[in-house]
Design a protein around this ligand. Structure first.
Ligand code: PLP
Length: 371
């Protein structure tokens, strides 16, 4: 029996050719390919883009470039990948966990406002499973309290919100191109912003703080005399990664339509099945990275996961709440997150799946949860 994987990179001959080309040229690090990928992404988003090594480093660099560090607090939903929390910690700042809306699983703006203190410097909304929720509310809170907004858009590459592409608006927007995201560059990520001063800082920070090194590297030239004024990191993207990313960006229309078609099929098939509730997302506009359902209380999730795996269906849990982890333990409760985290289940979603895979998964799921 073939295993239907929870997620999977979707790469083919074009990506193989692109990587081979870079290998033949023999300039593997950060160079012309990275510059070209950034130019292509800038056309996509309509504003300045910097590519980096991972989505996590994109978040860390964005925070650091805002001057956020030790003694500062950043509000972030607990229901996210550990990367969001560790990126904040990496700057020396404290991640302050907040709750999500119980039905969308997206950051709850009312709870955000409750978590604001004198130390709060930024809000990091997470576009869970591709949806952005009421992002305007987050921006109006940020304006009221003079906070920065660093959007963790790792799940939302390609999502349209009120006629605007996520990343084409907003303060600072960070994407991930890791192997299973909506597009991949192997590993990788990017920062998108209109803040020119901030982007200049990030450009240097990603190359160990070496001033103006990016401009040389774009031309495949090294800098031999330079100044360094800030703590920096080796977080640049390589030509190998960029060459994969460029092919994926070119294919994005196809990749995103596939993800949307699969998610719509799940919605159709699962509607009306008792004991499972799909998240409410409009897949004409949302490009889903994961497909999550909420199980009713009487369903034993781990048993369900075991049964599905025996039927060749791999499932997952996105995510175990960060505020319940030893490192990030909070002194307060987050009602919705704590109510829901034991009942969420992620079903397989990747562009190489077929509609009939979805039909198979849904019929197996139905027969298990019905009993
Ligand atoms: C994938 C992901 C990240 C981090 O991206 P990497 O490229 O894996 O470092 C951050 N936040 C969320 C919500 C993610 O899913």
């Amino acid at each position: 029996m073939n295993l239907i994987r929870l997620s999977k990179s979707s790469v083919g001959n074009e990506e193989i050719r692109a990587v081979t080309q870079v290998l033949r040229e023999g300039y593997l690090g950060m160079g012309e390919q990275v510059k070209q990928f950034e130019i292509n992404l800038e056309k996509f988003f309509g504003r300045k883009v910097l590519c980096v090594s991972t989505g996590t480093s994109a978040l860390q660099l964005a925070l650091q470039a805002c001057g956020i560090g030790s003694g500062d607090e950043v509000i972030v939903p607990s229901l996210t990948y550990i990367a969001s929390f560790q990126a904040i910690s990496a700057t020396g700042a404290k991640p302050v966990a907040c709750d999500v809306d119980a039905s969308s699983l997206i950051i709850d703006s009312n709870d955000v406002e409750k978590r604001i203190t004198k130390k709060t410097r930024a809000i990091m909304p997470v576009h869970y499973s591709g949806g952005v929720g009421e992002l305007e509310k987050i921006y109006s809170i940020a304006k009221k309290y003079k906070l920065r907004v660093i959007e963790d858009a790792a799940h939302a590459f390609g999502t349209i919100h009120k006629n605007q592409l996520v990343g084409s608006f907003g303060d600072i927007v960070c994407f991930s191109f890791d192997g299973i995201k909506n597009i991949t560059s192997g590993e990788g990520g990017c920062v998108v912003s209109n803040d020119k001063k901030l982007m200049k800082v990030i450009e240097d920070l990603r190359l160990l703080g070496v001033e103006n090194d990016s401009a040389n590297r774009y031309k495949n030239i090294r800098s031999w005399s330079f100044d360094v004024k800030h703590l920096g990191w080796r977080y640049h993207m390589s030509n190998i990664m960029a060459s994969i990313g460029m092919v994926q960006l070119k294919k994005f229309e196809k990749l995103s339509q596939k993800r949307q078609a699969l998610a719509k099929r799940y919605d159709d098939k699962l509607r009306g099945i008792g004991n499972v509730l799909p998240l409410s997302r409009d897949y004409d506009f949302v490009v889903p990275h994961i497909y999550v359902i909420i199980l009713s209380k009487k369903i034993n999730r781990s048993l369900l996961m075991t049964c599905l795996l025996k039927l060749g269906i791999q499932t997952g849990i996105h995510y175990y709440p960060n505020h319940l982890l030893t490192l990030f333990k909070s002194a307060y409760k987050l009602k919705n997150t704590e109510d829901i985290h034991q009942r969420i289940l992620t079903l397989p979603l990747h562009p190489e799946m077929k509609l009939k895979d979805i039909d198979y998964i849904c019929s197996q799921l139905e027969s298990i949860v019905r009993n």
